[in-house]
Write a protein that binds this ligand. Structure first.
Ligand SMILES: [Zn+2]
Length: 189
């Protein structure tokens, strides 16, 4: 009586079909991994911008800024008391910080450079002119900033309203007004 039990085939002698299957699985896995990597790399990386590096200094007098709460800057606005600000005690220039827990550090990362009153006013006006382009869905935020950067002749990395001076903010407003009027003209056609 002969045994029908087959000896297991060693892997090295298995069919080329099996080998091809393994190779295909490895290739598919590698493709998936590289896709994952690409997706990860395409996300915006939280890197430090020049004004975010500490110690934070005042652009007007080069003194070190100090971290204070909103109670110092806006004593009559209890709703802002929990926020942090970088303040130059000499010039009274200041800037807000990104809130903690939103992916921008521990609540001490400045949103831009320290600004005096005219600069703060100009930045607010520039935001009011520019933000509706992406906030109201005319453009994505990324496309809106790409357009602004190109129009200003700056790189996207350099295009931060929180770092602009009064003259650049005025240029932003002019560009936004021009684009807005062009959009309304197009609608009339
Ligand atoms: Zn200063």
């Amino acid at each position: 009586m002969t045994s029908t039990k087959k000896k297991p085939v060693p892997k090295c002698n298995q069919s080329s079909k099996w080998k091809r299957g393994v190779r295909e699985r490895i290739a598919a896995q590698q493709k998936q991994n590289s896709k994952k990597k690409a997706t990860k790399n395409s996300k915006p990386q939280a890197k430090f911008l020049p004004w975010e590096r500490q110690p934070v200094t005042c652009p007007y007098c080069s003194r070190r800024a100090m971290l204070v709460t909103g109670q110092v800057i806006y004593p009559h606005r209890p709703d802002l008391h929990d926020l942090n600000f970088w303040l130059c005690d000499h010039c009274k220039a200041y800037v807000g910080t990104h809130k903690a827990g939103l992916g921008w550090g521990n609540g001490t990362r400045p949103k831009g450079t320290l600004a005096d009153e005219p600069t703060r006013r100009a930045r607010r006006a520039a935001h009011a002119a520019f933000d509706p382009f992406w906030q109201k869905g005319d453009l994505s935020r990324r496309k809106a900033y790409a357009w602004l950067a190109e129009s200003l002749g700056l790189s996207v990395e350099e295009t931060h309203l929180g770092a602009f001076d009064v003259a650049t903010c005025q240029r932003v407003i002019e560009l936004c007004v021009a684009r807005r009027s062009q959009l309304s003209d197009d609608c009339l056609l």
